[in-house]
Design a protein around this ligand. Sequence first.
Ligand code: HEM
Length: 66
Amino acid sequence: MDQVGSGYGLHGCAGQRLARIEAQAIFTALLDRVDRIELAGPPGRHLNNVIRGLDSLPVTVTTRRV
Ligand code: HEM
């Protein structure tokens, strides 16, 4: 088990292959258009006893000049 982001075992995420294809398409498209993504403030933590997550992640996106 390398990571638990998709769960694992019998009830591991049934959509993880699709989710990976989608994530790859999004980051590939972003890389074509964006030079830098920088943290613009403290991440807003989502408090949950079971799952770690964020409510917000402020970033500054610098687009690529064409
Ligand atoms: C980044 C996107 C996604 C993440 C991080 C994610 C994460 C997870 C996790 C952690 C579980 C396991 C929950 C548990 O252990 O009880 C799960 C289950 C599941 N996911 Fe996803 N998921 C994503 C996208 C999707 C997509 C796109 C689909 C469907 C098209 C999907 C369908 C399911 C289903 C049906 C289960 C239940 C599997 C079962 O209980 O047998 N997920 N997901």
